[in-house]
Design a protein around this ligand. Structure first.
Ligand code: MG
Length: 413
């Protein structure tokens, strides 16, 4: 007799700095359940609603073994598809079904995906500061902990001088610093030209002081005019980055063809992508080197393993998006795919707070710059609902998304 879905619940919790959404799928088998990541932190409650109002009624009574069938069914059932809310909702269910399948097989999910091709997964950390010296200090600390890949930024995502994600400048100070017009709105101001100058000085400092034995990454965060971005990628070539990320906005991806003709700076792209139509042309034309999708944003582990295989055909590598706007369940999902993928490139990793470890027992462990899976069946991670309830939903701090150019106009963050 088949094991069927008895209940589906979305769990909203904020054990760290941002809201996280997990999905728990319970089965007809007593004690057998799975967990998945459905985190779209900026619109967290909408995902909860999508899971409970729309997916749950479609799933009760379904055979848990039919992961692919269920994915295809949920994807098409809304008719209007490919959005981050519904994709995240599907991801929560999809990863939970993989977790259940692993538990039923008494195997870690990486065994179901073909077995490990590496024993640990190299990760990169984020290092930022207000000056080259501050960034250098942070970088050296990560190196002492054994990390060999670090993303370095001065001023968060290019915010100039004192402006940061945490404290958008007050009006008067903004006006002085950025020469804004009268009546300009408050926001996280930044100057693209100044950002490029600051960043080039930063990399010059790091390479001359720290050397070449560390792999450096950098995220432009789609904040430059495209032709300036082309020039910036050329100037950054001398620093031999592991990759340069989000050089263009998703709306400007045709510019990749131009930058490709002018330099060999490795390029990473894709954290905002929702579906295969966005990444397939970039991969099949070899216009990027690393795909950066947020796995829950594309619908979970089922599409991610297909994407990893697509990359393998074209020499593109994976670098799944993984800062702190993801549950540790989502990190475990990364890990199981990464352990089994020949096309793996690097994994972004933000660490876990003590509160996150309490809410999500079984968090993957990092040692010497490598992330390791435990060998428990399924994804190897759980959610403690009582602990999760101690960290309720909090209003999202969107200060860093209120980005403005010196003339006061709003731009994408
Ligand atoms: Mg990024």
């Amino acid at each position: 007799m088949s094991v069927t879905i008895r209940d589906v619940r979305a769990i909203l919790t904020c054990p760290g700095k941002v809201n996280l959404v997990a999905v728990k799928v319970e089965t007809s088998e007593p004690g057998l359940y799975g967990v998945g990541c459905a985190t779209f932190t900026q619109r967290a409650t909408v995902v909860v609603k999508a899971v409970e109002d729309y997916l749950k009624p479609l799933l009760i009574g379904r055979d848990v073994s039919q992961i692919e069938e269920i994915w295809q069914f949920l994807y098409g059932n809304s008719y209007w598809r490919n959005g981050p809310v519904l994709n995240n909702a599907i991801s929560g269910v999809d990863e939970a079904l993989w977790d259940i399948k692993g538990k039923m097989a008494n195997m870690p999910v990486y065994e179901l995906l073909g077995g490990r091709v590496r024993m640990g997964v190299p990760v990169y950390r984020h290092c930022s500061g207000c000056s080259p010296e501050e960034v250098e200090d942070g970088l050296r600390r990560f190196m002492e902990e054994g990390y060999r890949y670090v993303r370095v930024q001065q001023g968060v995502y290019g915010a100039s001088r004192n402006s940061s994600m945490d404290s958008p400048l007050a009006d008067a100070e903004t006006a002085r610093q950025f020469h804004t017009p009268e009546g300009a709105l408050a926001g996280a101001y930044f100057d693209p030209k100044e950002y490029m100058r600051i960043t080039l000085r930063l990399f010059d400092h790091i390479r001359s002081r720290v050397g070449w034995q560390i792999e450096l990454l950098h995220d432009v965060h789609e904040r430059l005019a495209p032709i300036d971005a082309v020039g910036f990628a050329k100037e950054m070539e001398q620093y031999k980055l592991f990759f340069l990320e989000d050089l263009f906005a998703p709306e400007q991806i045709d510019w990749f063809r131009m930058v490709r003709q002018q330099c060999a700076t490795p390029l990473a792209m894709g954290e905002l992508f929702n579906n295969a139509n966005e990444w397939t042309p970039l991969i099949s034309n070899r216009l990027i080197d690393f795909i950066r999708v947020h796995i829950s944003q594309i619908g979970g582990l089922t599409p991610a393993k297909k994407l990893a295989s697509t990359c393998e055909m074209f020499g593109v590598r994976t670098a799944w998006h993984g800062p702190n706007d993801i549950t540790p369940i989502g990190v475990a999902a990364h890990l199981h795919v990464d352990l089994t993928s020949p096309s793996f490139g690097i994994q972004e990793f933000a660490g876990f707070s003590d509160n996150e470890k309490a809410v999500f027992p079984g968090c993957p462990e990092v040692r010497g710059g490598y992330l390791y899976a435990n060998d428990r069946p399924g994804l190897g991670i759980d959610i403690d609902e009582a602990a999760a309830a101690k960290f309720p939903y909090q209003k999202y701090d969107d200060a860093w998304l209120r980005t403005r150019l010196p003339d006061g106009s709003s731009v994408r963050a």
